[in-house]
Design a protein around this ligand. Structure first.
Ligand code: ZEM
Length: 304
């Protein structure tokens, strides 16, 4: 049955211990290769890899050849991998490649989503429940290009985009809070700079920065004067950035209320983010009722 391709089969699933081992290998590799990027860690790139592997999903498309999601690991093929939105992610995929050699039974989809979970947890983020069972699919299952979001857009676009992925306002605001991590690279997206001062710490820093909105005041934001695409810059340091699609979250009153809530409470942000990120990584996949949700221990927790 064509509509039932993206099924996680229990018989293919390995033990919790084995996935924790893979988690540990990823976490240690992140620690060891601390010259991966400007800010050091490969973590932010891996979170973006997990997100882009899943963010092609279309809840209204029942055709498994085109409806995207993380199941098939199809970003390894040139059409999806070559989508401009995926610029810079080959580096993350190559970083993870040795794990596919070591764990020959592991699928790309399981590896990339597990790496995103490991990166978030190791950078101080919430525990994300994770389930295995994705399988590599062939080239015929690459999502069409253009399924990932356009950073130049405003609130209506953002809401519509994340509705396609089956998310509520609260979930979408929380998910974009992952911009507390990493930075924009001129060579990848054309945009430039980090969103907050601790780009390898998963915290609510994105919201405390964003909350201030556009204006002339302390810590507020203005349009950057430069040759690149339209982006915002902070009045205090002129070194942080916001995309138009980030600023959308303070332009829409419903979004703004949620931004204020997450800026005031990191706990509220984490509580919304963790299940939303799990859902993002599982969109379009049928998991058997008996499938267990794994919660991995961080390296820190294992050493104490
Ligand atoms: Zn991002 N994102 N993103 N994002 N993203 C970038 C970087 C990162 C948008 C977007 O255009 C961009 C989500 C949502 C949205 C991360 C995670 C998540 C960059 C910079 C752009 C342009 C890429 C570059 O130049 O390297 C838009 C428009 C979004 C929605 C409206 C969601 C949801 C995410 C995860 C849950 C992360 C971690 C990065 C940083 C990557 C890095 O290499 O540092």
């Amino acid at each position: 049955d064509e509509s039932n391709v993206k099924v996680a089969t229990l018989s293919d699933i390995h033990s919790f211990k084995e996935y924790q081992q893979i988690y540990n290998d990823i976490a240690k590799k992140i620690e060891e290769e601390d010259d991966f990027d400007v800010d050091g860690s490969a973590g932010p790139n891996l979170v973006r890899l997990a997100w882009h592997s899943a963010g092609t999903y279309d809840k209204n498309d029942k055709n498994p050849h085109t409806n995207g999601g993380s199941y098939g690991g199809t970003m390894r093929f040139s059409k999806e991998g070559g989508d401009g939105a995926n610029n810079g992610l080959a580096k993350g995929r190559e970083f993870l490649e040795p794990l596919l050699k070591k764990y020959t039974w592991l699928s790309h989809g399981d590896l990339w989503t597990l790496a995103g979970v490991a990166a978030i947890q190791e950078m101080g983020g919430p525990k994300i429940k994770w389930r295995p069972g994705r399988k590599d699919l062939s080239e015929e299952y690459q999502a069409p290009n253009g399924k990932l979001p356009d950073a130049a857009q405003g609130p209506d676009y953002v809401r519509k985009f994340f509705n396609r992925l089956d998310f509520t306002d609260r979930e979408m605001v929380a998910l974009i809070g992952a911009h507390t991590l990493g930075r924009c690279h001129v060579t990848s997206s054309g945009y430039d700079g980090p969103w907050d001062f601790a780009p390898t710490m998963f915290d609510n820093g994105f919201f405390t920065q964003l909350q201030k909105g556009v204006g002339k005041g302390e810590g507020q934001w203005h349009l950057r004067k430069w040759d690149g695409p339209e982006q915002y810059e902070d009045n205090n340091s002129n070194s942080l950035m916001m995309l138009p699609a980030d600023m959308a979250l303070v332009q829409d009153p419903k979004f703004k209320k949620i931004v204020d809530e997450f800026a005031a409470s990191q706990e509220a942000f984490f509580n919304e983010f963790a299940p939303a990120f799990q859902k993002l990584l599982e969109n379009g996949i049928q998991f058997p009722k008996e499938s267990k949700e794994f919660v991995f221990r961080t390296l820190d927790e294992q050493s104490s």
